[in-house]
Design a protein. Structure first.
Length: 181
């Protein structure tokens, strides 16, 4: 008997969270190898995927502020991973381009993992792979939209639980009745 859809969706959610967590851990491991911030490594990949984005496009894709993106590009440029390219149609716009030779050491580290992934993916038929690709693409689009929504709402101030608890403990020690009596 097949498991109920709700149970399967819960299990799917756990698998996706596990994959997401492992992606972060793997990214940190690779970033550490090259003395990079994890964000910098992920943005290098994003710059490659977006094909020479502008700083504004990179800010939109990452949710980083324009100042944070400028600092990120400065770090990557100083480390020799990227270069700024002037937009021939708008001299105020700058594109960020990966220096291919600089990515070779990172690509070499990722090559073994990529080969294992391709070996795994090859065990699926083309039809299944198209469904998986659609699922990943649409799930990523939803995650981007959710992150955008979250970033538009200011964070709530942290609850000062320790201070409140410390006040209750101090009141109890000195015999203060909080109800005023």
């Amino acid at each position: 008997m097949a498991e109920p859809l709700d149970d399967f969706l819960a299990q799917l959610g756990r698998h996706i969270r596990r994959m997401g967590a492992q992606s972060v851990i793997t990214s940190q491991t690779v970033a550490d190898r090259f003395d990079l911030h994890t964000t910098d490594l992920e943005c290098l990949d994003l710059i490659r995927v977006l094909k020479d984005p502008t700083a504004g496009e990179l800010a939109k894709a990452t949710g980083l502020t324009s100042g944070a993106v400028t600092a990120l590009i400065d770090r990557l440029e100083k480390a020799g991973y990227v270069e700024r390219i002037a937009d021939p149609n708008n001299r105020r716009r700058v594109h960020v381009r990966i220096k291919p030779h600089a990515m070779k050491p990172i690509d070499a580290v990722n090559a073994a993992m990529q080969a294992k992934m391709i070996e795994l993916w090859s065990t699926f038929g083309e039809r299944d792979l198209r469904v998986i690709a659609d699922f990943i693409s649409r799930s990523t689009d939803v995650a981007i939209a959710c992150a955008d929504t979250i970033s538009r709402h200011p964070p709530k101030p942290p609850v000062k639980r320790r201070a409140a608890r410390a006040g209750r403990i101090a009141s109890a020690r000195v015999g203060v009745n909080r109800s005023g009596g």
